[in-house]
Design a protein around this ligand. Sequence first.
Ligand SMILES: C[S@@+](CC[C@H](N)C(=O)[O-])C[C@H]1O[C@@H](n2cnc3c(N)ncnc32)[C@H](O)[C@@H]1O
Length: 421
Amino acid sequence: MRTENKMNTIELFAGVGGFRVGLEKANPDMFKVVWGNQWEPSKKAQDAFACYTSNFIEGIHSNEDITKVSDESFKNLDAKLVVGGFPCQDYSVARSLSGEKGIQGKKGVLFWEIKRVIEATSAKYVLLENVDRLLKSPASQRGRDFAVMLATFRDLGYKVEWRVINAAEYGQAQRRRRVFIFATRNDSGFSKELESYEAEDILFEKGFFSPAFPVKHEVIKNRKLIGKLPEDIVEISDTFSALFHNSGYMEDGDFYSIHTEPVFEKPVLLKEILQPEETVPEKFYLSETAIEKFSFLRGAKKIERTSADGHKYIYSEGGMSPIDDLDKPGRTMLTSEGTTNRSSHVVEVDGKRRFLTPLECERLNGFPDNWTNTMSDRMRYFCMGNALVVGLIERMGKRIEQLEHKYMDEIPLQEKLFLNN
Ligand SMILES: C[S@@+](CC[C@H](N)C(=O)[O-])C[C@H]1O[C@@H](n2cnc3c(N)ncnc32)[C@H](O)[C@@H]1O
């Protein structure tokens, strides 16, 4: 299904453009990233931004600290969709001294920038990505940060659905688990449709995620949480705590969260993303010393350590196989990928052990080959460790397209006539 209906999009924390690649794969005629922002804090070399600019031509590319960008910059973009993968930080708030009702978040917390962009644009849809730890943070007050986020969307006039997705469980090449957060403005056609369903039906079948990422129609291990967010966001910040599960829905402050399990799809395997061995440069092969280091790093161990206050304790970690199983999808890629580090992949091909190449790392995330070849190998690994699995965004883009098609009544008549021809 293709529509000519354009969806102007703002891409925040763009990195090397994972959201944009996914959305353009879903429908290049529909998703138009009109404004993309990427700035690596306190670094002179802006490798991710340079890569973004070399791969994408259209739209405004901004390389500024997002906290320094004025509201005016987003106002005349006619943005209907805001996307971004942002850090998990401390979202606690305090009442501001100036206004009785005003609140103040900690400085440098980037979620508040997302809020500012939503306020400036009144985008119809928002799609965000974060580590799944966000649902439980901080350790001292479980679920507080996510509740602050939900309440922010409630106050902005949005409904929210969230889902933790492990990419490999939906046919992708990497076991990468992330939480995706989809918000839709209360006056959108989809939003009105959601109001007519039970929350469980939304999560199992009718909502944003399930049609694209099907789940079994059962609450797993009876894990269910139903509740209402306090009206006052400062109260949430000060005292609220909740154990949010991997799927959930929030409407008007009422939240419903359950544990769901995917209807698994066959993943892409590590062996399927490897480049032909004869094309792998020598520098990626492990020396005998590196092989020894890796067997120590990946082995089971108990080490005596001393904490900052002089207290001695035993640090222990379980063993992992010295090489990665080629008949499985890849593990989660971190920004330290490609260094002598326990979490880096080590593959053995024709009896020789080596790192994954940067190109293979791009494939683990579903980027086009050589997407990041504008930068050093180290930065290529780093950017892939930060990026997302593009195939998931492609599916989400197609889902947004479905919604747009269904609610053509929201499209101005002129465009509708064009669509029907
Ligand atoms: C998790 S990564 C997102 C990666 C992206 N989704 C991709 O596919 O490459 C977050 C990005 O936010 C950027 N960032 C951090 N602080 C920023 C700020 N203050 N302003 C703009 N960008 C920032 C980082 O440089 C990083 O590239």
